[in-house]
Structures are given as structure tokens and as C-alpha cells.
Design a protein around this ligand. Structure first.
Ligand SMILES: [Zn+2]
Length: 315
């Protein structure tokens, strides 16, 4: 299910489109001068199955003004899955991504981009430029700083407007936590990078955070403390992170499917490389079907899923 609505008109030229968890939030900027050529820009574009909704939201906000630019904080499928549809709707739109994956997008390497390992979808899109950390990008007529924010994703950036101290944090910091630390699923140590990115956010000292998921928040100190406590738990027990990651991957697909037959879910988990890797690395003492059942049990126990007559339903 997707609840898309405009939230938090912090500035007249900026609209936050808060989405459900399958699609990341988008931030839409219009130019500061209505008479000037359009410089409307959209940061992050949601998941592909919501792409038409994303196009409609942008179209209804912009009216006859065209979308001039797309920016992606990172290339997870829930942040750039609307790129292709937006590029089809506004063929002249300029698209900028965080650096590091430009060649993979140009060659459309769905393995390297993570869509194959996660079992997620992302329609192919084109890119025009990269967002270089250390430089600024103009959004709504104001300069926003681009900062590298590795951890959740090694290539992610966050965007910071220093005058209002407003941060677009992507999946580096949410009000309650942060995104799965994906490099860890490939066996790469990345918890230290998560911590360093939290330190960066603390140094930037934002007053307001627009996260990749969930509502805008202002109690940044509490969010940072909660994130650090969560990170400490993962550092202490990487197994806990592995288990969390496996449940997130299943819940994400359940959000996409809405409901799924138990056998089809099992087939999907056994065909999804990250889940296969997680099982092999951390949970090989348990048979794959029993492992999936245990993960689903945990999702059901916390009210994130519901079982009924051999089907699993999203809640
Ligand atoms: Zn992400």
C-alpha cells in the first residue's frame, strides 16, 4: 500500500512527497522565479510499481511546468525506480546520480546495481551527470551541499542546506534507525562507515531532517542516539543485522506483492542471491525452508505480516 501525500511545505518552493515504505520519499523543488525557465527538480523517485503515481504527483504539483531535473541520493530500487517513467514523461529531464555507479548504469549492470541480488526490480534509465561530494547543487534557487554518506550504501550522498540547516538524509538516518547495511551482505565491513556518516550528520547539526522513509523530524539528537544504539547492537552481533536484513528483504517484497503463497515465497527466497548468501554465511545449520518460516514468524509476531490459508499478507 502506498500513502502518497504532500507533507511539510517548509518552503513554498519545496514539497516533500512522503510515501509508504516501498517507495522512498521524494522532494520536489520548483524554481524560485515562476517567470524563469523551469528548474523544477525531484530528489529520489520511488519504487517502479508506484512510478505512474510518482509521475502524477509531480505533474499535479508542477502543472504545465516541466520537470527539469532528477537527482538520486543513491540507486536502491525504492529511490530511483521512478526515473524511467519520469524520463518518458519529460524526455528532456536531466538526471544526476551519486558518483561511483555511472558506468554500471550506462551498461545497465543489474547485478552490480543490486537489483539481481535483492530480487527487486528497477526499469533501465539514462543518466547525464554525477553529484560530486564537496560541491553544491542548486535546488529551489538555494545551494545545497553534497556529502558522501557511505554505510547503508557505499555510493550514497546526503544533501544539506546550511542556512536553514535542512538535511535530506536518504537512508543514512531515519527518525527511528537507518537502512540495512548492504555491504555487510557482501561480507564487507561497513558498520564503521555507518558510524562515520552518523558523525558527519552530527557535525552538520541539521535542525530538520527529511529522511528517505517516514515523516520529517526535528529531534535529530534523539534520532542519532537511537541510530548509534542500533548500530552498537549490530556491531556486537552481526548475526542480528543479518537476521534483520533478511526480514527487511522479505518485507519489501511483501509490500510489492501485498500477498504471496507460502510456496512461492519459499521459491523466491531460495532464488534471491542476498538471502541465499545470508543463509549460507550465518544460518546454514537451519534448513532453508525452516529458516524462511522462522523469519516469517518474526514478521507476523511484530505485526508486519499476517498468515491465512497458506498465504502471507502484508500488514
Ligand atoms: Zn537505500
Amino acid at each position: 500500500m502506498s500513502r502518497a501525500h504532500a507533507a511539510g511545505a517548509l518552503w513554498p518552493e519545496m514539497t516533500v512527497l512522503e510515501r509508504g515504505w516501498l517507495s522512498a520519499n521524494s522532494v520536489l523543488f520548483t524554481g524560485p522565479d515562476a517567470a524563469a525557465p523551469s528548474d523544477a527538480a525531484l530528489v529520489d523517485t520511488g519504487y517502479c510499481i508506484h512510478a505512474e503515481q510518482t509521475v502524477q504527483l509531480v505533474r499535479s504539483a508542477l502543472g504545465t511546468q516541466p520537470l527539469a531535473r532528477i537527482l538520486n541520493t543513491h540507486l536502491h530500487s525504492d529511490h530511483c525506480g521512478g526515473n524511467a517513467a519520469l524520463q518518458a514523461a519529460w524526455p528532456g529531464v536531466h538526471t544526476a546520480i551519486a558518483p561511483g555507479q555511472a558506468a554500471q548504469v550506462r551498461d545497465w549492470d543489474a547485478q552490480a546495481l543490486g537489483y539481481v541480488p535483492t530480487g527487486q526490480q528497477c526499469p533501465r534509465f539514462r543518466i547525464d551527470a554525477t553529484l560530486q561530494p564537496g560541491s553544491d547543487v542548486s535546488l529551489g534557487g538555494r545551494p545545497w551541499q553534497i556529502h558522501a554518506a557511505p554505510g547503508h550504501d557505499p555510493h550514497s550522498v546526503v544533501l544539506f542546506e546550511p542556512e536553514a540547516r535542512l538535511l535530506i538524509s536518504a537512508d543514512a538516518l531515519w527518525e527511528k534507525g537507518f537502512g540495512v547495511v548492504f555491504p555487510e551482505l557482501d561480507g564487507e565491513d561497513a558498520f564503521a562507515e555507518v558510524g562515520a556518516t552518523l558523525d558527519l550528520i552530527e557535525r552538520l547539526a541539521p535542525l530538520t531532517v527529511i529522511p528517505g522513509h517516514g515523516p520529517i523530524f526535528q529531534n535529530v539528537a534523539a534520532a542519532l542516539a537511537a541510530a548509534r544504539a542500533r548500530l552498537a547492537g549490530f556491531v556486537q552481533s552481526p548475526l542480528r543485522h543479518a537476521r534483520h536484513a533478511a526480514k527487511v528483504l522479505i518485507k519489501f517484497k511483501l509490500l510489492e506483492w501485498q500477498h504471496i503463497d507460502a510456496c512461492a515465497l519459499q521459491a523466491w527466497t531460495e532464488a534471491t542471491p542476498y538471502l541465499v548468501q545470508l543463509h549460507a554465511r550465518h544460518f546454514s545449520q537451519t534448513a532453508p525452508a525452516a529458516w524462511t518460516t522462522a523469519l516469517v514468524d518474526e514478521l507476523v509476531a511484530v505485526g508486519a505480516a499476517r498468515r491465512e490459508a497458506g498465504q502471507l499478507y502484508n500488514v
